[in-house]
Structures are given as C-alpha cells and as structure tokens.
Design a protein around this ligand. Structure first.
Ligand SMILES: NC(=O)c1ccc[n+]([C@@H]2O[C@H](COP(=O)([O-])OP(=O)(O)OC[C@H]3O[C@@H](n4cnc5c(N)ncnc54)[C@H](O)[C@@H]3O)[C@@H](O)[C@H]2O)c1
Ligand SMILES: N[C@@H](CCC=O)C(=O)O
Length: 569
C-alpha cells in the first residue's frame, strides 16, 4: 500500500513539484530516523503493574470530590458560581467541584497574561524545552495513572481509550512539539558573506494573550491547545470544557510542577459565551486556539470580525471543528476489515471522537455479509461502567448530548426512509447510556447521513454497484465537513481513483483502515471545509501558527557609498 501511496503521491505532486526526486515528496516512515518516538501504549492486562496502579487511582479519585480553583498568575480564586463535574456513567456521583470565572476575573487574567508574556518570551528556548521534557516525563511516569483515572471517570473513557488520549497522545504533543521547535530553530536564513552581513531569524511569541478553548472529548487536545502557544513564547487564558475539568486541571498542575512559571497559562473555567465575549472584546487578543463545534467557532470568528478595528494584532484564528466522517466500501473490500474497522470507529468512546465514522456507503453486492457481520459483532459489545474492564464503551458525556443523540434515534424510528437494524434503545437513569445504533437510510441525503450526531449512531446507505461513481460524488458533496474519511478496497486502481475523487473530502484520509486513531507525529490531524482551519495538530508546522518571527540583518562594515559604481563610469 505504501508503494501505491508513493506512486500516487508522486503522480499528484508531479504537476507542481517538477524535477524533485520521489524521496523529497514521501515522508520518512521510520520513527528512529525521524529522531523521536511515540510514547508506548500500555496493555493493562490483569495482574500487570499498570492495571494495579490504575485501579488504585480510580478508587482514590472516586472516593472524594476534587476542588478545582480558578488560577490567575500565582493566585487561586473561588467564585459564587459553583459547578460540578459528574461521572457520565453514574451522574449522581460528583467528581469535581469548580467555579466559573466572571468577566472581572477574566479581565484580570487578561491583564496578568499580557504582563507575563514579555518576560516569558525572553526565556531561552533551551530552558522551555527542558521544562517540556520534564513535563512529558512526569506525565509518562509519576502522573500517568492520575491523568488516565481522571479521564476515565470524568469523560467516561475505557482504560484503553484513556491511555491513548491522556497518556500517549498528551505526552506525544508535549514531547514532539518541543522537538519540532528545536528542529525549526536549526533553520537560519542565507548569509552570502557572514563576515559582512549576517541574517538570522528568531521566533517570538505574539504580544498580547492567546485564548485556548478546549473540548471535552480529548484530554490531550486541552493540553495541546493551551501549552503549544505557551511553548512558543505566548501567554494563555485556558478555558477548559466543563465536562473535562478534572483531567485538564491535572495537566495544569503537572505543567506548573515541571516549571512553567505562574501567569504563563491561566486556568479559567467559565461560561462559554461569557468567555468568548470577554476575550474577543480585548484589544490584546493575539489568537484563539479552539477545538469544538462549528457553531461555537463561527460565533468567535464573527465576534473577532466585528471587533477587527480594535486589536493590536490581527488575531490568529485556529479552529478544529466537527465532522461527518465516512467509510466508503468498494465491492473488492475485505469484509472483515470493514466490519471490525467500522464498529471500532463508530462506537469506541461512544462515537464521540471528531474522527468517528458516522456514515457508511456499502455496495449492494457486499451488503448481506457486511450487515450480518456488523450485527453479530455489535451484539457482543458490552456497554457499562468504565471501572468494569470488560466494557467496550460507556456513557455519552452529558444530558445535552444524550438529548441530541436520542433525538436522531427517535427521528429514525419515525421515518419511513430509515430502518434501525441494531440498537435504538437508551436510558439516562443512572448514566447517559445509549446503545450503539445502526440505521440504514434509503435516502442518502437524510439528516442522519449529513449532520454531525457525535454519538454512537452509524448511518448506512446501500448503493447499487453500477452507481459507484455517482455515490462517490455524493460522499464528496453531501455534507459541509471534510475531517476524516476511509476507503476499503483491494482493487489498487480504485484506491488511486479514490485518492483523486476524495482529495478535498477529508483532511485525514485512510486506505483500508478505520477513520479514527490518528497519532501525533504519524498522522498530523485536521480537516478542511467546515471541519476547521486544518493547521495539522501533531505535525511540524503547527507550532508556526503561534509565533511572529523576526528577521534580523546585521551589517559589520560601515555604510559609506550613497551612489552606485555604474554612476561613476
Ligand atoms: N477537528 C478536531 O480536531 C476536533 C477534535 C475534537 C473535537 N472536535 C469537535 O468538537 C465538538 C465536541 O466538543 P464540544 O461538545 O466540547 O464542543 P463545543 O463547541 O460545545 O465546546 C467547545 C468549547 O467551547 C466552549 N464554548 C462554548 N460556547 C462558547 C462561546 N460562545 N465562546 C467561547 N467558548 C465557548 C465550551 O465551553 C468548550 O470549552 C464536536 O463537534 C467535535 O467534532 C473536533
Ligand atoms: N486523534 C483523534 C482525533 C481527535 C478528535 O476528537 C483520532 O483520530 O482518533
């Protein structure tokens, strides 16, 4: 397959990259050659050391309700606006108590950030890299299970879903962004004769403050959104999601312990619109690092537009948003890969990964086998408490998500175009549990095929084999999103065709693999169209969005001549 990719990449690149060798357009694939490796994922087998320590940590965090303050500079604050984070799989259990910052406190945080930024930006890069390395080590060792337990209990992730997020992905973000910065500073501009003129480039943070607004679904994303701008010399107001408070607070504490000075990142849980209104009204807003839904990002973008005459800088707007990710199945596909990959993509973490497969297109010739496989394997999946290690998945995040997702299930029950072939039941009595649900749609444009549901609901359209081209165009054009997509086929020629047809349909594209599971440094992540600004978190260029570089030319010979030699001839 890599050979195929190489061929097509070369062909696709040929028009714009003439005379370049193949090796220059093909990424290196060996992690060791690349100079850095991903954090290993632990197995949590019964009796293993990691299993014992996660069980201890789960018991410890469950036995009390953790107090999470607002932190601005080195001061902690508690307001009268008290909130709680509950366990989604057992919503009567309060896991953390936290406080909303009001406008006045947010303004104080802005002032503190702006004040700190200039000092922090003077901290040598080597010193920042040392802090980030130390933080990654703390996350990989001493605090690994605290991060995982907070993610399991607070966001209802199973142990493996927590391990790939709050351990591996978070550690990778911290370690690799530091590595990318180190690599980036190796580039210096050309100096034709350095004894006469020396050219150099330095990477400055942006004066002002950056607002990091993070979603509930990945602990690691919160860490990346707040701490990559910080790494680059910015100061940050971090507004975590209400439903990921405890895990995000754990990251904040670790980063402080590793040496990030007070005031560089200010931890300010707040009501979303109050936060958005306050930061966009400040002339010091240097950028917004957002991950979440399209409507929220649209609102922030609009507010920045309305205030555009008031800012000191043009604020950077980075937003990674929703998706309606597809699996497209060719008649030559390996049926078992389709079944396994689709169930994992659609239902792991209740389909609450932005990359989760949410719509699938299956040829009539394979439908019988795929349908049987999906139903049979789906029926073996256990849905339950995350502390029961045999659960495949657990509850959805909160009452709002529960209401939204179940409204699509009710729509399916009431529509003659739609048939629920598995699941369709739910209960929020103890936790927000929704059975993994599979809907077959006769209408490829029904809302279940076009809108982001962000829950354990998979919608399928069965196409006539002869209509394959028409169906591919439909996949490309029937939603506003372009986040992830996957094609399953054994026919190599078809895979090449799919690379062309779906070129703009997904920012992360998979051939014979599921649409989820991108890894930092391996599949830099982000989508186009309404899925976001596609700045590729986890790739080497992401850090550049958070710097305002300065080019410096220094001349060592005195400036004497005002005229040019030809004028004296
Ligand atoms: N593309 C990606 O990389 C990626 C990754 C993860 C999640 N997502 C997307 O995130 C969404 C799910 O996350 P969510 O439910 O937390 O999204 P959300 O938009 O509801 O919330 C995201 C964050 O924005 C805050 N917020 C809400 N209103 C605000 C406002 N007016 N001003 C400022 N902040 C405001 C929330 O409190 C939260 O912290 C899905 O659409 C998913 O696809 C995308
Ligand atoms: N890294 C994740 C994407 C995060 C979105 O929620 C994946 O590809 O599964």
């Amino acid at each position: 397959m890599f050979a195929l990719l190489r061929n097509s990449t070369a062909k696709l690149a040929a028009a714009s990259v003439e005379c370049r060798s193949l090796s220059s357009v093909v990424p290196k694939v060996n992690a060791k050659d690349f100079g850095i490796e991903n954090e290993p994922i632990l197995g949590y087998a019964k009796g293993s050391q990691e299993r014992k320590s996660i069980e201890n940590e789960l018991a410890r965090l469950s036995s009390s309700c953790t107090e999470v303050p607002i932190v601005i500079g080195d001061k902690e604050f508690k307001t009268k606006d008290v909130r709680h984070q509950v366990m989604p799989h057992n919503h009567s259990h309060k896991l953390a108590k936290f406080y909303y910052a009001d406008r006045k406190l947010l303004q104080e945080a802005i002032t503190k950030s702006v004040e700190t930024q200039t000092k922090w930006d003077r901290t040598p890069i080597e010193e920042r890299l040392r802090i980030w390395e130390k933080a990654a080590d703390l996350m990989a060792g001493k605090y690994r299970q605290e991060l995982n337990a907070a993610t399991m209990l607070g966001q209802s992730k199973t142990v493996i879903q927590a391990e790939i997020d709050s351990a591996a992905e978070l550690i990778d973000f911290i370690r690799m962004n530091a590595y990318f910065l180190k690599e980036c500073t190796k580039y210096q501009p050309i100096s034709e004769n350095p004894k006469v003129t020396l050219n150099s480039m330095r990477y400055r943070g942006i004066d002002g403050f950056v607002a990091a607004v993070s979603p509930f679904n990945f602990t690691a994303i919160g860490g990346n959104l707040a701490y990559t701008p910080a790494l680059m010399g910015n100061s940050v107001l971090w507004k975590p999601s209400d439903t990921a408070i405890l895990s995000n607070w754990t990251i904040f504490k670790i980063m402080r312990e590793a040496g990030v000075p007070a005031g560089v990142v200010n931890f300010v849980p707040a009501d979303g619109p109050v936060f958005g209104d306050t930061i966009t009204a400040s002339p010091d807003l240097a950028g917004i690092n957002f991950t979440g839904s399209v409507p929220t990002f649209n609102r922030l973008w609009r507010q920045v537009g309305e205030n555009i005459n008031n800012y000191k800088n043009f604020p950077r707007l980075i937003g990674e948003c929703g998706g309606k990710n597809f699996h497209f199945i060719h008649p030559s596909a390996d049926v078992e890969s389709v079944v396994t990959g689709t169930l994992r993509s659609a239902f792991e973490f209740c389909g609450q990964k932005c990359s989760a497969c949410s719509r699938m297109y299956v040829p009539e010739s394979l439908w019988g086998k795929i349908k049987a496989g999906l139903i049979e394997k789906r029926n073996t999946l256990k849905i339950g408490d995350v502390t029961d290690f045999s659960s495949f998945t657990s509850a959805v995040i909160d009452d709002k998500a529960f209401a939204r997702i179940t409204s699509y299930i009710e729509h399916a029950k009431n529509s003659s175009n739609l048939e629920i072939i598995a699941g369709g039941t739910y209960s929020d009595k103890k936790g927000y549990f929704i059975d993994p649900t599979i809907i077959v749609s006769k209408d490829p444009l029904d809302k279940v095929m076009r809108q982001e549901i962000f829950g354990p609901v998979l919608s399928i359209y069965v196409y006539k084999d002869a209509d394959i081209k028409k169906t591919m165009d439909l996949v490309n054009n029937s939603t506003a999103f372009a986040l992830t997509g996957a094609v399953f086929a054994q026919d190599q020629k078809f895979l090449e065709e799919a690379l062309e047809t779906f070129k703009m349909a997904a920012g992360n594209f998979y051939l014979n693999d599921k649409s989820t599971g991108s890894v930092v440094g391996q599949q830099p992540f982000g989508g186009g169209r309404m899925s976001g600004t596609n700045d590729k978190a986890g790739g080497p260029h992401y850090i550049l969005r958070w710097t305002t570089p300065q080019s410096i030319k220094e001349t060592f010979v005195p400036l004497r001549d005002i005229d040019y030699p030809y004028m004296r001839e």
